[in-house]
Write a protein that binds this ligand. Structure first.
Ligand code: GDP
Length: 432
């Protein structure tokens, strides 16, 4: 703090929600700056479990301001459902602010998402069908509708009258049969606009003012570095920029403010969707990684995640592209019970050693991981891990220390936080 970015180093679902919640205690503002409802954060407070898609994680803390910034694409029905849910469970949403520049996901985006994905063949990334790629296509193509239009019935009607007939032609050209009803869309979205209007403001001005007053701002990344549209495995990723620079562009604040950039990495690798995955496992190790410690199933899609060993070629790219000042390593408990823990330090490709993440999906698909093996640690019930977390880093099993020390020396970045279970209490700051 004062300006801390927390982002994923791998393929999303690294446990960012919990780390953000852990750090959020000290934050005055939590900001979502990219992505949309295709993201999913799980936050557990006591026995209560919350799964957010659009809502910033700080919403559960009554004194924290929560900002959905301009780089986010907003699905209004989904956001209203999340507002209603947190309010129904006793957490008022009055501290929510939404950027007037954030783009809005419309029903035709979702229809086009399904149609485009069906036509993409081997380029299909395994879309969440939330309309994310089409809404970003519209943003860049300048067909988009922003929050400032949604809350203004005249602007909404004018935009829709222009865009809906074009989208209808596109749906037909893609072989779709859906019929868009302009009037019905207008009525539904005007109502969303009316309900969301009290939350909509210029969040760039708001955040700039808070940063100037040295307020503590936590920028909460969604997805992960390897899903980034620019630096991820193209085209098998998401449609937004998920790396540290996007915190500044997405939130509309100067990059000069960003002083701590914390990368969250799982102690292994997992992903949903298609694309090459050099350290992927299929056997008993895969079952162990997928089923232990709460399970590897997507928060948004509930799809079983593909799993494999930790990959330092990936993490080296995450450290570089984001300029990480520290790492949070999650799910160390999940590795418990394995005799041997493998760390991929490089790839072998056609007789050469590859240490930096390759751009070509062909090279990646052909790459053979080079492993360094470590002794495992015992599988423990979550209560035991919580007891260890309470005692502090010294109580961690020795092999965990060795594993983390190796990550630090290989990646040249400090591990600041270790997470050993789902709950907030199973998290510890490391001062090793
Ligand atoms: P995010 O998108 O990066 O916030 O990740 P998600 O919240 O979608 O997925 C992470 C899942 O792992 C959630 O179910 C968390 O409760 C869980 N989780 C986070 N940290 C740990 C950990 O250290 N150990 C275990 N077993 N689960 C964790």
């Amino acid at each position: 703090m004062p300006a801390t970015v927390v982002l994923g180093c791998q393929f999303g679902d690294e446990g960012k929600g919990k780390i953000i919640d852990f750090l959020g205690e000290r934050a005055d503002v939590v900001v979502r700056f990219q992505g949309g409802a295709n993201a999913g954060h799980t936050v557990q407070v006591g026995d209560e479990l919350f799964a957010f898609h659009l809502m910033p994680s700080g919403i559960l803390r009554p004194r924290t301001l929560n900002v959905i910034a301009g780089g986010v694409v907003v699905e209004p029905g989904q956001l209203l459902a999340e507002i209603d849910e947190v309010e129904a469970r006793g957490h008022p949403a009055k501290n929510l602010r939404i950027s007037d520049r954030a783009h809005v996901v419309m029903p035709y985006h979702k229809i086009l998402d399904g149609l485009e994905e069906g036509l993409k063949g081997s380029l299909a990334a395994g879309s969440t069908r939330r309309g994310i790629a089409p809404v970003f296509e519209d943003k860049v193509g300048k067909w988009g509708l922003r929050m400032c239009d949604l809350v203004d019935p005249d602007a909404l009607r004018e935009r829709l009258s222009l865009v809906v007939p074009i989208k209808q032609r596109l749906i037909q050209a893609y072989g779709g049969t859906d019929v868009l009803d302009l009037e019905a869309i207008y009525t539904e979205y005007a109502l969303y606009g009316k309900r969301l209007a009290p939350f909509v403001t210029d969040t760039s001005v708001l955040l700039d003012g808070m940063l100037k007053r040295r307020k503590r701002v936590l920028f909460e990344g969604a997805q992960g570095t390897l899903l980034c549209i620019d630096h991820g495995i193209y085209p098998y990723g998401t449609s937004s920029n998920c790396t540290a620079g996007a915190a500044a562009t997405g939130a509309g604040v100067s990059p000069r403010y960003l002083d701590t950039i914390l990368g969250v990495a799982k102690a292994f690798t997992s992903r949903v969707g298609a694309g090459p995955f050099p350290t992927e496992q299929q056997d008993d190790v895969a079952t162990h990684l997928r089923e232990t410690g709460g399970g590897e199933y997507g928060t948004t899609t509930h799809r079983p995640r593909r799993v494999g060993w930790i990959d330092l070629v990936i993490l080296r790219a995450a450290v570089r592209v984001n300029g990480l000042t520290g790492l949070a390593v999650t799910k160390l408990d999940v590795l418990g019970g394995l005799d041997r823990i493998r760390v991929c330090t490089a790839y072998r490709h056609h007789g050469t050693t590859v240490k930096e993440f390759p751009a070509s999906t062909k090279v990646l698909a052909e790459a053979e991981p080079v492993y360094r093996d470590f002794k495992g640690w015992p599988e423990l019930p979550e209560d035991d891990w919580i007891r260890i977390a309470k005692k502090g880093p010294r109580a961690l099993p020795r092999p965990v220390h060795r594993y983390l020390a190796f990550l630090e020396s290989a990646l040249k970045v400090r591990v600041d936080i270790a997470s050993v279970g789902r709950s907030r209490a199973a998290t510890m700051a490391l001062h090793r």
